[in-house]
Design a protein around this ligand. Structure first.
Ligand code: FUL
Length: 622
């Protein structure tokens, strides 16, 4: 064959040579889970009777007449959320108190019994409309636990709950997610019975029937619950996932009330079901609006930190806005959220490797080449050959660059693969690891790294282990600017207090309650914490921060608060529950009519875990 013919044949062979993509490594996501994960940040709105009754968990007895927002405007919510970069919003259509924000005919306990719009209001419909107008996706939260309904705990309630869900899923257009809260604290009003009712959280609500209903009414919706099936709770309400975060769970293992819930931060490395993590967190300490939290809104920097630890840890960020009593997102929350968005954009503004073709130590060929990692196309990716589960990706620059952030994405439609990697930069002809404050193990949909600034003409990613051939679709390297190295450390809690001692508590333990170090905890034997102010003082509130370890220990669920002039006896000024203390162990405050007393006595009438010693990271009295 003449040489030119041979070359022509070769050229045509190369052009038509079809390289197969790597085979999927199971489990893989459904298309709707990939679309959901690409939303990255979306908002929660907690709003309802609790807003007007200063509660986190309504008991189910608040009067619907108290629901009277004065300037409610769902468009203000939508516009704020869009400006904050949120791609969707999830509304608490019904929280644990059972009150429906839409006129659901199955109960009187709904918005039509409130003064809002003379009973003609419908917040689900109003928000759906605002979302359509402003390009936000809508989703709905419907609490399975209902502290209002008399039949809660019986099969009749399950039918009620299902018809409520059907109603909600039928009239308001497409939803991107359906949120089933796993909480069930037992106590409730229950039609006046005022008692504790426990149900079997695995089976009572008949979820298989619910999934069937949702599959036919809202097939595109991802279903949230502690264990999925669409997406999972991340095991805390602080807004972060583990740096190691697998988007899998062992099928059927996790349910609401799963005792090993802290492991949800990491997923199950050997899981067989795709259930990615969602990080839910409130922009304020509580989920619902409380005026005294107006100066405790998370700052743009705190939110940025959470962004890196949620979206940047292969999860989504579900950021809650407690709509206030006017029916608006408070100006501080709105300003901080928008500034947060700007910080994210600023830090990751200029991708230093955009359009560059890195050197790679292995390449599959065909469409799966190194240039695919920097072409900004989600669906093109570099892959290694079959059997190759470790490789280097190296970027070389013409001149040294300042670098301190990195973005990595795996092509998850084919599964999550990477188990470990290191990032290195070249310094004086040797490769040194960058300094970061977390492990570099998994990547998943997205991994963002913050590392100490380096100046170098080369940076490389060494992937050292994976569950199959590598499939990386996106790499970014950035200089986040002057403040890049200020890694956020949590602000010390500002717990002002009258001076006090804790009689009967060992000195070292007592010190932990007043050292304003959230990481040390004072453990108190018995069921009473006695506080001695040294002399009679006017007091009107008691505060404590629960143990902050993961998971928290010594959590008091229900309490009585007594005050008096001696350590025993006195008068009971308050009793109640520390709502949601297990999932969200934030500062707990008990306010009461000012009274003169020397001693306060907190009596635990129920612990979250019976038999545990009470734990207090910080205590304050004012
Ligand atoms: C928890 C609930 O108990 C809280 O009140 C809040 O709704 C949070 C998002 O989920 O389980």
């Amino acid at each position: 064959m003449p040489a030119f013919a041979c070359a022509a044949l070769l050229a045509s062979c190369t052009a038509t040579r079809k390289v197969a993509p790597p085979e999927a490594v199971l489990p893989v996501p459904e298309a709707k889970q990939v679309a959901w994960q690409k939303m990255e940040t979306y908002a929660f709105i907690h709003f309802g009777l609790n807003t007007f009754n200063d509660r986190e968990w309504g008991y189910g007895d608040s009067d619907p007449k108290t629901f009277q927002p004065t300037r409610l405007d769902c468009e203000q919510w939508a516009k704020t959320l869009v400006a904050a970069g949120m791609k969707g919003v999830i509304l608490t259509a019904k929280h644990h108190d059972g009150f429906c924000l839409w006129p659901f005919e199955g109960t009187d306990y709904n918005i039509s019994r409130s003064p809002y719009k003379d009973g003609k209001g419908n917040i689900v419909a109003e928000l759906a409309e605002a979302c359509r107008k402003h390009g936000l996706k809508l989703a709905l939260y419907l609490s399975p636990w209902d502290r209002h309904q008399a039949n809660y705990g019986t099969p009749a309630y399950v039918d009620y709950f299902h018809s409520q869900l059907r109603d909600l899923m039928t009239h308001y257009g497409e939803v991107f997610e359906v949120w089933f809260d796993g909480a069930n604290g037992g106590d409730g009003w229950y039609g006046g019975a005022k008692e504790a009712r426990t149900i079997d959280r695995k089976d009572y609500y008949n979820y298989p029937r619910i999934y069937e209903m949702l599959d036919s009414l809202q097939p595109q919706a991802v279903i949230f619950s502690d264990g999925g099936p669409g997406c999972r709770w991340v095991g805390n309400e602080r807004g972060f996932a583990g740096a190691t975060n697998w988007s899998f769970l062992r099928k059927g293992e996790v349910y609401a009330g799963y005792p090993r819930y802290p492991e949800l931060q990491y997923g199950h490395a050997d899981g067989n079901q795709w259930v990615p993590a969602e990080c839910d967190v409130s922009i304020r300490p509580g989920w619902f609006y409380h005026p005294e939290e107006d100066d405790r809104v998370k700052t743009p920097e705190q939110l940025l930190d959470l962004y890196y630890r949620s979206v940047g840890h292969n999860a989504t960020l579900l950021l809650n806005f407690p709509v206030n009593r006017e029916g608006l997102i408070h100006p501080t929350d709105s300003a901080y959220a928008v500034q947060f968005r700007q910080l994210v954009l600023q830090e990751l503004k200029t991708n230093l490797v955009a359009g560059m073709t890195p050197e790679v130590s292995n390449e599959r060929g065909g469409d799966y080449v190194a240039a695919a990692m920097t072409d900004e196309d989600y669906d093109t990716y570099w892959a290694t050959e079959d059997g190759v589960t470790a490789a280097d990706i190296t970027f070389r620059f013409d001149r040294p660059q300042r670098m301190n952030r990195m973005l990595l994405q795996e092509y998850i439609p084919l599964g999550q693969r990477v188990k470990s990697f290191v990032v290195e930069y070249r310094a004086d002809d040797q490769w040194l690891p960058v300094r970061l404050n977390e492990e570099t193990t998994t990547i998943g949909y997205k991994r963002l790294l913050r590392f100490e600034t380096v100046e170098s003409d080369a940076i490389r990613i060494r992937i050292t282990d994976a569950r199959g051939p590598l499939c990386i679709n996106n790499v970014g390297v950035y200089d986040a600017g002057a403040k890049a190295d200020v890694l956020f450390t949590e602000q010390k809690s500002q717990l002002e207090s009258r001076p006090f001692t804790l009689p009967g508590v060992k000195e070292e333990q007592a010190a932990a309650a007043t050292d304003r170090n959230e990481q040390t905890t004072c453990f108190v034997e018995g069921d009473e914490l006695v506080i001695d102010l040294g002399e009679e003082r006017t007091v009107s509130s008691f505060h404590f921060l629960p143990d902050q370890s993961e998971p928290s220990k010594g959590l008091v669920a229900n309490y009585e608060l007594w005050v008096g002039t001696s350590p025993e006896g006195g008068q009971k000024v308050k009793e109640g529950e520390f709502s949601n203390i297990q999932n969200n162990p934030i500062l707990q405050s008990v306010y009461f009519t000012p009274v003169s007393a020397r001693y306060l006595r907190l009596k635990a009438t129920r612990m979250i875990h019976e038999g545990e010693t009470m734990g207090f990271a910080e205590v304050a009295v004012r």
